[in-house]
Write a protein that binds this ligand. Structure first.
Ligand SMILES: Nc1ncnc2c1ncn2[C@@H]1O[C@H](COP(=O)(O)OP(=O)(O)OP(=O)(O)O)[C@@H](O)[C@H]1O
Ligand code: SF4
Ligand SMILES: [Mg+2]
Length: 325
C-alpha cells in the first residue's frame, strides 16, 4: 500500500541574492513498511528533502510539487495540520540527539511529551509509558534513563531515547537523518539494527538519510541518490548498487571505502567539488565532474529514464552507463 507519494518536489530557499533551488523535482514513493535510503554528498539536499516532508523547511522556503502522505496532500496543508501529524503519524530522528533533546528536562518527560500532546495522556501516565518505550529501545535501565537529564546519558543512549520519542505514538513513517553519524562504529550498527527491528515489528516505513552506501545497502529496500538537489537515480537497492545507470552513482560506488575499512567510514572524494547551487544553471549538476559529459548536459536538465522495476536514472546518457566496477 502506498504510504508516501512525492511528485516533482522542489524547495527554494530565499537568499539575499535571490532564491536558490536546493531540491529540484524529486519524485519517489514509499510503501507501508518499506525502507528508503537517501544518499549523496554533503550539500546534495538530503536534509532539506527530509525537512520538506515533515513540514519543517526553514522560514521563507517555497515548497513546490506534491507530497501525498496517507492520501493527504501535505504541501498545501496548514502548519496546524502538520503539527498534528508530526510526532504522531510521522516522526523524525536527528543526527545529534543533544540538539534535539532539551538539556533542562528529564528524558522521560521528553519521551512522554508526544503522548500528552497527541494521545491526551496525563503527564504521569505518559511518563509511565515513556519508561516502557525506553525499555522497548533496549536501554539497560529504563527507569534510571527516564529520570536522568540528557547529559547523563551516553551518545548511544540519547539516540535510543530519541528513537523512543519518535515511535511513541506509532508513526507510519520515521525519517532518520544520519542517525548514527555522531556515534562510534560499534554503537552505529546496534542503533541501525534497532530501527530496522522496529520497522519490521510495527510495519512503519523508514527513510534513512546516510553518507554511507554500506549502511543503505544493509538496511534499505530502495534508494534515492541525490546530487545538487536532483534525484540522480532511484530504485531497488540491490539493482542500483549492482548495476547503476547513472554516472554519479557509479562514481560514488567507485569512491566507496575499501573492503575492511571501518563501517561508517566516509566516502573517498570524487574529483572536483560539489556544485554551489547558483552555479548549476539549467544543465546537469554533475556535468563539471562527470566522465560522460556532452554538450547537452551543460544546457538542459537530464530526463528521467526508466529501466523497469522502479529503477530510474536522470541522465542524458543513462543507457550507456555500464555495470558497477
Ligand atoms: N538554512 C539554510 N539557508 C540557506 N541555505 C541552506 C540552509 N540549509 C541548507 N542550505 C543549503 O541547501 C543545500 C542543501 O542542504 P542540505 O542540508 O539539505 O544538504 P545535505 O545533503 O543534508 O548535506 P549534509 O550531508 O552535509 O547534511 C546546501 O547547498 C546548503 O548549503
Ligand atoms: S546528464 Fe551528462 S553530465 Fe549528467 S550524469 Fe549524465 S552524462 Fe553525466
Ligand atoms: Mg544533512
Amino acid at each position: 500500500m502506498t504510504l508516501l507519494e512525492v511528485t516533482d518536489l522542489s524547495v527554494d530557499l530565499p537568499l539575499p541574492r535571490g532564491a536558490v533551488r536546493v531540491v529540484d523535482g524529486a519524485t519517489f514513493r514509499l510503501d507501508a513498511g518499506e525502507s528508503l535510503g537517501v544518499v549523496g554528498e554533503s550539500g546534495s539536499g538530503k536534509t532539506m528533502t527530509a525537512l520538506a516532508l515533515m513540514g519543517l523547511a526553514p522560514e521563507g522556503a517555497r515548497i513546490g510539487g506534491s507530497i501525498r502522505f496517507e492520501g493527504r496532500e501535505l504541501v498545501s496543508s496548514s502548519e496546524e495540520a502538520m503539527r498534528a501529524l508530526r510526532g504522531d503519524r510521522m516522526a523524525m530522528i536527528f543526527q545529534e540527539p543533544m540538539t534535539a533533546l532539551n538539556p533542562l528536562h528529564r528524558v522521560g518527560v521528553q519521551v512522554a511529551e508526544p503522548l500528552v500532546l497527541h494521545r491526551g495522556l496525563s503527564r504521569s501516565a505518559a511518563f509511565g509509558e515513556a519508561v516502557r518505550l525506553l525499555e522497548r529501545v533496549r536501554l539497560a535501565d529504563p527507569e534510571r534513563a527516564a529520570h536522568a537529564y540528557p547529559f547523563a546519558l551516553s551518545g548511544g543512549e540519547r539516540q535510543r531515547a530519541m528513537i523512543a520519542m519518535a515511535i511513541g505514538c506509532g508513526p507510519r513513517l520515521v525519517i532518520a537523518d544520519e542517525p548514527t553519524t555522531a556515534l562510534d562504529v560499534t554503537v552505529q550498527a546496534r542503533i541501525l539494527a534497532l530501527i530496522d527491528g522496529l520497522r519490521v515489528e510495527t510495519g512503519m516505513a523508514v527513510i534513512l538519510v546516510s553518507h554511507d552506501l554500506a549502511v543503505v545497502a544493509g538496511n534499505c529496500d530502495r534508494v534515492l541518490v541525490l546530487y545538487g538537489g536532483l534525484v540522480m537515480e532511484s530504485g531497488p537497492v540491490e539493482v542500483v548498487l549492482r548495476a547503476p545507470k547513472n554516472p554519479y552513482t557509479r562514481a560514488l560506488l567507485e569512491a566507496r571505502p575499501e573492503p575492511g575499512a571501518p563501517r561508517g567510514a566516509r566516502l573517498k572524494t570524487i574529483p572536483g567539488a560539489p556544485p554551489r547551487h547558483r552555479d548549476v544553471g539549467a544543465g546537469c549538476p554533475f556535468a563539471a565532474r562527470c566522465e560522460l559529459t556532452v554538450d547537452v548536459c551543460r544546457t538542459a536538465r537530464p530526463p528521467s529514464v526508466a529501466f523497469g522495476a522502479g529503477h530510474v536514472s536522470r541522465c542524458w546518457r543513462a543507457a550507456e552507463v555500464g555495470e558497477a566496477p
